[in-house]
Design a protein around this ligand. Structure first.
Ligand SMILES: C[S@@+](CC[C@H](N)C(=O)[O-])C[C@H]1O[C@@H](n2cnc3c(N)ncnc32)[C@H](O)[C@@H]1O
Ligand code: SF4
Length: 467
């Protein structure tokens, strides 16, 4: 039985000892390393290399608008009831996309599409058609069978009719934020979606032949208890989503002002949070879900589990994803592209984004070009985070190095984790053991050159706790 199918081994003391703040490695290097001095010519060269390699594309659109403010939210969003704000924004996203379409090989296939937010269904059905038709005009899309075309939805804010419209436009996957069904918790975070709404919508999505339904839950929210989480989990399991994300509530009011509206005394304490996580993982595994890693669960026959088994999984800004062979082109405010050896991030605020577009410029604010050492470390972190193991032979072949020599200091640093039973290291490589799975970030952090170099090794306050 692979480590992913085994029930998680819970060692509370070990978890408490290793539970420091740390990055989630949705990219390496992580976004704080991106530089304003980044030269766009590096991006253009990366696109040329992407074309020469005939790598397919993954497209991401960031639609930041939301009709109401969920107090816990750490996403890049704009809360407004003014529906007229979306059209000018969509027009600029189309303009941005067309600038890129001129640079990419027209034969390049879009194998993945993701509309994220904010709340992408804030925009009208006509605006959805406008954006999707423009995307199809500018790029070549894979067919419904092989392509993954996903949208994030807020189940309290979307109708079955709109979902039917989106299905017609080609969407075949849905990710919905459920967070918690408990009314008291919902009130404390100003986020409302009833079980009936979620159940009705899920039924509708199945009838409309969406291929996959994923649900987001958060643990550690105000007024949440093990008991309330148990009830939410049971309801969610009854609805049989194909995938589940269980996020640790990242409470960082110094970064996200709306979190100040959450009363400290309502937040569950660290030991209560740990009990919730332990219980949730056990419950989901008992219900037949595979724990992919880092907050993500999926049914055993889901593409994500298959990709993990077949070595085709990748870590990206959505968490885990199949289609690891794609370059990612992301448009819209704050979005991050990953093309060949380059990351670029767009302006984070709407005004700067729109101004740049109006000047006919790419709205890039920051970027990063990975050197050979970064590429090697990205590979190592990806392998560990996706498969819980690293083969020295594989890295030696791919990067023409002697990994045991190259990572001598890192392997030394990992020694206490061997003693604690989190990992094993032998001549063939590193294996993360069952007990170490929840602490995988700690293993990855050892290979993060930028973190290691950070002054005094003090973790910047932008990172939340690991668990
Ligand atoms: C962009 S939102 C999802 C789409 C949609 N706006 C919604 O709320 O349903 C992505 C997910 O991030 C998670 N999230 C947002 N803020 C968070 C925080 N502070 N800590 C942990 N998870 C958070 C939520 O589970 C949310 O569903
Ligand atoms: S959780 Fe979703 S709906 Fe709520 S504010 Fe954040 S992005 Fe908007």
């Amino acid at each position: 039985m692979s480590i992913f199918e085994q029930p998680i081994e819970w060692d509370e003391q070990l978890i408490q000892r290793y539970d420091l703040a740390g990055p989630r490695y949705t990219s390496y290097p992580t976004a704080p390393q991106f530089q304003e001095s980044f030269s766009q010519s590096s991006l253009f060269r990366a696109i040329v290399r992407s074309n020469l390699a005939h790598r397919p594309l993954s497209l991401y659109f960031h639609i930041p608008f939301c009709e109401s403010l969920c107090y816990y939210c750490g996403c890049n969003k704009i809360v407004t009831n003014n529906k007229s704000r979306s059209l000018p924004y969509i027009q600029r996203m189309i303009q941005e996309l067309s600038l890129y379409a001129d640079m990419f090989d027209p034969g390049k296939e879009v194998q993945q599409l993701h509309w994220g937010g904010g709340t992408p269904t804030f925009i009208s059905n006509e605006e959805m058609s406008l954006l999707m038709n423009a995307s199809r005009r500018l790029f070549t899309f894979a067919d419904d069978k092989s392509g993954e075309f996903a949208i994030e939805i807020h189940p309290g804010r979307v109708s079955v009719n709109t979902m039917a419209h989106l299905r017609q436009l080609g969407f075949n996957r849905v990710s919905m934020g459920v967070q918690d069904f408990d009314e008291r918790v919902q009130k404390a975070v100003n986020r409302f979606n009833t079980y009936e709404q979620v159940a009705g919508l899920t039924r509708g999505l199945r009838e409309q032949r969406y291929q996959s339904v994923s649900m987001d839950l958060i643990y550690g929210l105000p007024l949440q208890s093990k008991q309330s989480l148990q009830e939410t989990l049971q309801k969610v399991i009854d609805l049989e989503p194909d995938r589940l994300s269980l996020f640790n509530y990242a409470h960082m009011p110094h970064l996200f002002k709306s979190q100040k509206l959450i009363r400290d005394e309502d937040l569950p304490g660290p030991s209560e949070k740990l009990a919730m996580l332990h219980f949730a993982i056990e419950t989901l595994q008992n219900a037949g879900y595979v724990y992919i890693g880092m907050d993500h669960f999926a049914k055993p026959d889901d593409d994500l589990v298959i990709a993990q088994r077949e070595g085709k999984l990748q870590r990206n800004f959505q968490g885990y994803s199949t289609h690891g062979n794609c370059d990612l082109l992301a448009v819209g405010v704050s979005s991050i592209s990953m093309i060949d050896n380059v990351y670029v991030q767009n302006a984070r605020d709407l005004n700067s984004y729109q101004q740049k577009m109006d000047m006919g410029l790419l709205p890039i604010a920051k970027g990063f070009t990975l050197n050979q050492e970064d590429l090697l470390r990205r590979f190592v972190i990806n392998r560990l985070i996706c498969y819980c193991e690293l083969s020295f032979h594989e890295i030696a072949r791919a990067f023409d190095i002697n990994p045991q020599q190259h990572f001598r200091d890192e392997l030394q640093q990992l020694h206490p984790m061997i003693t604690e039973g989190l990992i094993v290291i032998d001549n063939s490589g590193i294996k993360v053991l069952n007990k170490g799975r929840l602490l995988i970030r700690r293993v990855c952090m050892v290979f993060d050159e930028y973190l290691q170099k950070a002054t005094n090794n003090v973790m910047p306050i932008r990172y939340s706790k690991i668990i």
